[in-house]
Design a protein. Sequence first.
Length: 224
Amino acid sequence: SSDLFKRFFGESKEEAPKKEAPSLQEASDRIEDQVKNLEAKIQKADEEIRDLVAKGSTNPTAKQRALQAMKRKKMYEQNRDQLLGTQFNVENLAFQQEQAEVTAMAVQAMQQGHNMLKEQNKKMDIGSVDKLTDEMAELQDEMKAISEALAQGSAVPDGATEDELAEEYAKMEEEMAAMALAGGPLPAAPSPAAPAAVPAAASASTAGGGYASPEAQPVPSAPP
């Protein structure tokens, strides 16, 4: 039965929960405390040795006790040196662990950036980009043509050409140059056609019974 089994083999003991392993920083701090404790013991042993050496001439056991204190001091110093070497290795491993964490974080960031870049590239089609650049080039050409058309000179009126206008301009320059050499007044520019005004002297002579200009005479009608 179960009771007999327990009597011979005993009850199974529950396993104690495993303690969580200390971190490298905790181990380094613990080693640092132990090193400080050993240095305090070394200093105390050194003081004890000096005191016993000073009493050696009067106390017969002082020399033996001083030698034992020196042995303890040497032991403390050896333990301290070993702990300092261990602490160096622990701190070096902690530094490497920090570097590994930084490297892993950088790799993850680079992987995420690479994935985002791939997603962005999937959204962009090279054919669409080429089409867009072609359309933009065509639009620029159209805008350039429109600008050139707007920058052209005003149109020549009907019945005249550029050559005729240039010839007339040259004649006017010759006339003005000739008048300037003769010392006369420069000819006035021709004005638009308008009804001829009747001279004031002709109007007065007509009103006073004098003769009128042929243009003012009425044309006689033909006999029947």
